[in-house]
Design a binder for this molecule. Sequence first.
Ligand SMILES: Cc1cc2nc3c(=O)[nH]c(=O)nc-3n(C[C@H](O)[C@H](O)[C@H](O)COP(=O)(O)O)c2cc1C
Length: 212
Amino acid sequence: MAPAIAFWGEDRQIAAMSDLNDTSTVLRLLETRKSASAKAMTGPGPSASDLDRILACAVRVPDHGKLAPWRFLLWEGEARSQFGEIMRARWQALHPDHGAESLDFVRGLFLRAPVVLGVISTAAEHPKIPVWEQQLSAGAVCMNILIAATALGFGCQWNTDWVAYDREIAAAMGLAPHERVAGLIYLGQALSPLEDRPRPDAAALLTRWKTR
Ligand SMILES: Cc1cc2nc3c(=O)[nH]c(=O)nc-3n(C[C@H](O)[C@H](O)[C@H](O)COP(=O)(O)O)c2cc1C
């Protein structure tokens, strides 16, 4: 039987560009998935019905206790530049020595893609389900978004950046004190062909447990 990933380089599993994000089967997509870069994205982004499908996939994740410990925030259109002003002001307050170039970059962060989808972990103390498990579920939500968006033909990248860790920005997003940004997922089209990166050697990471 032919190996499942016959095109991988012998060396460190670099896929040819044309083999990336092969949506012919679920397994092929998982074997070839590659993020785009928010630094090199353009439109169009997902339509309202695309977003509905992406979100329907997003919530279809393992979720111990059926708590749905996550929610979504969407930035599109004008909301991106309006939020950009908030990020710029906060960056300026944090780094008063930074010049116009740095401030402009921060103001434009969300303008790099037509749609930015925030995944918010709402994990909270629970009598049975550890917070850690709820947060892992938020990570799974992010991953499902990447897979669904890629399957629909969009380029996407899971980012966080400083924006995800600043309490003032969190307040401007409307987050409650216990909520955290799990991901800011940029959705659009890659401006240029994607290049793979070396992938970890999965076999080297595997330990078959045995008694000592
Ligand atoms: C929780 C999390 C946060 C990330 N934040 C950033 C980020 O802020 N900026 C960035 O360039 N990549 C970030 N990445 C990495 C990208 O999502 C992505 O993995 C990278 O572009 C490589 O592409 P790949 O997914 O095809 O390996 C983050 C990944 C994770 C899991």
